[in-house]
Design a protein around this ligand. Structure first.
Ligand SMILES: [Zn+2]
Length: 287
């Protein structure tokens, strides 16, 4: 449990962003104190994170390395930040996912692949909410990848025609039809719930492959979209209380910018807080 050296409360408050990765949050916390992540962890009495072998093997660039903290380590962080564990649990989808559940075990940390991908959130919202331009990696569902307020599409790190695409965010100022489609889809989600996502999946499959999959049979939902349904962009607004990034069908590398193949930058295993922070969570507990 905490030793005397880290019993103080940091005067520098660093609030977590909703759906932020734990690695991203701890990295921001360290930077706020002019430390690296490892330095901060050591200062709090948390040893260097153990890197799981899966992080060192060749892997898809669209993977996210996440930092998992056991209960003792999380306790040290909450003591230092002054932010309650319940709030961090609500904001950080992988916060409590370390496999070690023992409350008496010494502080431990692990680096493992996250069950879902994280992407860099809307830079304007980040600046507004954190006061800093440092990018924040978030587990955003496919329905939360568009910020209508700032007209930004969070594409993530991806490739186009097999080549790295130079930007993670698309400016939708000149494409109001995408914003309108996002608004329509958000409205459909509110009205039809999951059935609206089936429609989106159906439309994306059509645009990706040209094949019409079997439409969902849901008597309580809306009718399946017609084969001529226009391609719907990833959009929508997830429930704030349930950040359940929906693994959406992987767009093909040759897809247009409107449906990019996203591949989040890989994080350096040796550094638990990648400079280009990590995309969405599931019930799996990889920590
Ligand atoms: Zn925004």
């Amino acid at each position: 449990m905490p030793t005397r050296r880290h019993r103080y409360l940091s005067p520098l408050r660093v609030a977590p962003m909703q759906w932020e990765t734990t690695a991203s949050y701890i990295q921001r916390l360290a930077q706020r104190h002019h430390l690296t992540t490892t330095e901060l962890l050591h200062a709090l009495g948390i040893p260097t994170p153990h890197t799981h072998p899966e992080c060192t093997r060749p892997r898809s660039p669209s993977t996210t390395i996440e930092l998992y903290l056991n209960p003792a380590s999380r306790h040290l962080i909450t003591q230092f930040t002054g932010i309650e564990n319940t709030r961090l649990t609500h904001a950080l989808p992988q916060w409590g996912k370390h496999r070690d559940k023992s409350p008496t075990a010494p502080p431990k940390a692990r680096l493992r692949l996250a069950p879902v991908h994280a992407i860099t959130g809307c830079p304007h919202c980040t600046l507004t909410r954190t006061g800093h331009a440092h990018p924040v990696q978030q587990y955003l569902s496919s329905t939360a990848l568009i910020c209508r307020r700032h007209r930004i599409w969070m594409l993530g790190t991806h490739t186009l025609n097999g080549k790295p695409f130079p930007t993670e965010h698309a400016d939708l100022t000149r494409t109001p039809e995408i914003l309108a489609a996002h608004q329509d889809h958000t409205r459909l989600l509110r009205r039809w719930g999951q059935a609206a996502d089936h429609g989106l999946t159906y439309a994306m499959a059509l645009t990706d492959t040209g094949d019409a999959p079997h439409p969902p049979t849901n008597a309580s939902g809306p009718p399946a979209p017609a084969a001529s349904a226009p391609p719907a962009p990833a959009c929508g607004t997830p429930s704030p209380a349930t950040p359940s990034p929906t693994p959406k069908p992987s767009p093909s590398p040759s897809s247009s910018p409107a449906t990019p193949a996203r591949s989040t930058s890989s994080n350096t295993p040796a550094d638990p807080t990648p400079s280009t922070p990590p995309s969405p969570p599931s019930s799996a507990e990889p920590g």
